[in-house]
Design a protein around this ligand. Structure first.
Ligand SMILES: CC(C)(COP(=O)(O)OP(=O)(O)OC[C@H]1O[C@@H](n2cnc3c(N)ncnc32)[C@H](O)[C@@H]1OP(=O)(O)O)[C@@H](O)C(=O)NCCC(=O)NCCS
Length: 98
């Protein structure tokens, strides 16, 4: 089941609880005019405080420089590159955990 953390119009984090205290961040999006104001990081903080996960993980498009900078700044580490992860356009994914 998907769960949501929201911040105003257009900003939300969608996640799913997995096995053994793991959580997949399925999507995170901040309203464009509000980028770089700490809102994305704040939603990650709320997720950790609410769920106290053993491990967070996510997949992001390898060419998404915004998401890459964001996740690394929030303590995530790259664990794998998965080729052709996004079947619709054959793009690669980076898997990150924290
Ligand atoms: C990724 C995203 C959620 C970040 O949200 P945000 O609220 O702007 O992030 P924060 O303000 O909390 O940023 C915290 C830190 O992350 C890093 N960071 C954030 N955006 C970045 C960017 N575009 N490029 C490089 N580093 C970035 C910075 O270190 C930043 O700290 P600083 O602003 O003091 O330098 C936002 O850019 C977004 O909605 N992007 C489009 C959707 C998307 O690609 N989602 C990811 C799907 S996998």
């Amino acid at each position: 089941m998907e769960k949501f953390i929201k911040r105003g119009a257009g900003s939300q984090l969608i996640y799913r609880n997995g096995s053994a205290g793991t959580i997949e961040i399925y999507d995170i999006k901040v309203n464009r005019p509000d980028w770089r104001k700490g809102i994305g990081s704040d939603m990650i903080r709320e997720l950790i405080e609410t769920e106290n996960p053993h491990c967070l993980y996510c997949f992001m498009r390898k060419d998404n420089v915004d998401a890459h900078g964001f996740y690394l700044a929030n303590g995530f580490k790259e664990v794998a590159v998965i080729e052709n992860f996004y079947e619709e356009d054959c793009k690669d994914a980076i898997m990150l955990t924290r």
